[in-house]
Ligand binder design. Structure first.
Ligand code: NAD
Ligand code: MG
Length: 393
């Protein structure tokens, strides 16, 4: 039986991952969260109700040490061990009993746990794209050195990963066709986006996700982050990746093979499919998911991503070309900007301008070969964003 820890279990991916694990009958080692300890308590209690004793989580962890006593008190009647702090989350990533770790933390906070899991030789089901964007080379070399796989959970990367399973050699992939829904503002020009509110930006047409990735989907930063993620996971250059808008989110991504054949992975939008594939790979297990009816669907709609209206996508390409720590700078500026936008402190378009401005104005020290350099570059980007926002407000 597989033993798993779910990092970020209380989030959108985490909740669906727990559901998948329950259906697969996996044994849970740890569930971790940031500050939503009410939800974490609910999840632990649910596991105690429905799972056999040897499959129930042994650890419940909050990233926030000030919530330790509250969580410990809430779970006092159960035999689960309670821990707190970011180091404890890394410890959970490296638990000797794990065969696999699912990282569903949002943001660069997922980087250290990603490295901890890989360094401990654990298979990694990775939803946290920011780990690869900020620490790509470090993360890939940790996986290689410890001879473990990174199994993509992001739907597009899972689709590409599923498409390449049948090939005999990665060189047979000529091009990756990365699909994008286009988000809630598809077809709009920059001038239409001036007064967009958080409420409007949080309405994704096809997916229900955490707030940060939903805003990233509205700015197309998400597609930019995914482009970088795909370059790392599949060893491609941005020019080998074509971004195509697929409005219905039915085609999750495609590959063009060198003989001209195009392979696609399709299905109704349900993140439990890529989550489960990452956990059962190379096998497939049954899953209750809405099945696609082509007759009902009628047709699929394609289009182009507009980089002039959505500056974040252009900025991510630029960051990857600049290399070194620049993708980390773009990510840090974006994380700060999205948080400020959600708090009503900056307008929508300021997100893209902040990411672009950070790339043009900052000169991080180093090339991203150490964790310290990466965290320092992230800090630099957030400081820059903070300075901009105090001028804008
Ligand atoms: P979310 O905001 O719903 O959940 C995030 C989880 O991370 C929560 O459990 C939260 O408690 C935890 N967390 C937040 N900050 C933390 C910190 N500082 N330390 C430790 N834990 C922390 O986010 P989500 O939508 O589930 O996305 C998670 C990751 O998966 C992101 O990287 C996102 O880009 C990626 N992803 C999400 C989806 C989706 O459908 N939601 C799809 C593809 C990829
Ligand atoms: Mg995605």
């Amino acid at each position: 039986m597989k033993h798993i820890s779910i990092l970020g279990s209380t989030g959108s991916i985490g909740v669906q991952a727990l559901d998948v694990c329950e259906n697969l009958g996996l044994s849970l080692n740890a569930l971790t969260a940031n500050r939503n300890i009410k939800k974490l308590e609910e999840q632990i209690r649910h596991c105690y109700t429905v799972m056999p004793a040897d499959s129930r989580p042994r650890y419940a962890v909050t990233a926030d040490p000030t919530l330790y006593l509250d969580l410990k008190g809430a779970l006092a009647d159960l035999s689960v061990q309670v821990l707190a702090g970011s180091d404890a989350i890394c410890e959970m990533a490296a638990l000797p009993k794990n065969n696999i770790v699912l990282n569903a933390i949002v943001g660069i906070a997922g980087l250290c746990p990603t490295l901890a899991a890989l360094q401990a030789g654990k298979e990694l089901a990775l939803a946290n794209k920011e780990s690869l964007v900020t620490g790509g080379n470090l993360v890939l070399s940790a996986a290689e050195k410890n001879n473990v796989h990174i199994l993509p959970v992001d739907s597009e990367h899972s689709a590409i990963f599923q498409c390449v399973q049948g090939l005999s050699n990665p060189a047979e992939v000529e091009k990756i066709i990365l699909t994008a829904s286009g988000g809630p503002f598809y077809g709009k020009k920059q001038s239409d986006l001036e007064h967009v509110t958080a409420e409007q930006a949080l309405k994704h047409p096809n997916w229900s996700m955490g707030a940060k990735i939903t805003i990233d989907s509205a700015t197309l930063m998400n597609k930019g982050l995914e482009l970088i993620e795909a370059c790392h996971l599949f060893q491609k250059k941005p020019e080998d990746i074509e971004i195509v808008v697929q409005r219905e989110s039915i085609i999750h991504s495609m590959i063009l093979c060198r003989d001209g054949a195009i392979l696609a992975q399709m299905g109704a939008p349900d993140m439990r499919v890529p989550i489960q594939y990452a956990l059962t790979w190379p096998k497939r297990e049954p899953l209750k998911t809405p099945l696609l009816s082509f007759k009902q669907l009628g047709r699929l709609t394609f289009g182009e991503a507009d980089e002039d209206a959505f500056l974040c996508l252009k900025a991510c390409k630029k960051a990857f070309d600049m290399g070194g720590l620049y993708p980390c700078i773009a990510n840090g500026a974006n994380e700060a900007a999205v948080a400020a936008f959600l708090q009503g402190k900056i307008p929508f378009l300021e997100i893209g301008r902040t990411v672009w401005g950070a790339l043009e104005n900052l000169h991080p020290a180093g090339n991203g070969s150490s964790l310290e350099e990466i965290l320092e570059a992230d800090h630099l980007a957030r400081e820059y964003a903070g300075r901009r926002f105090s001028e804008v407000c």
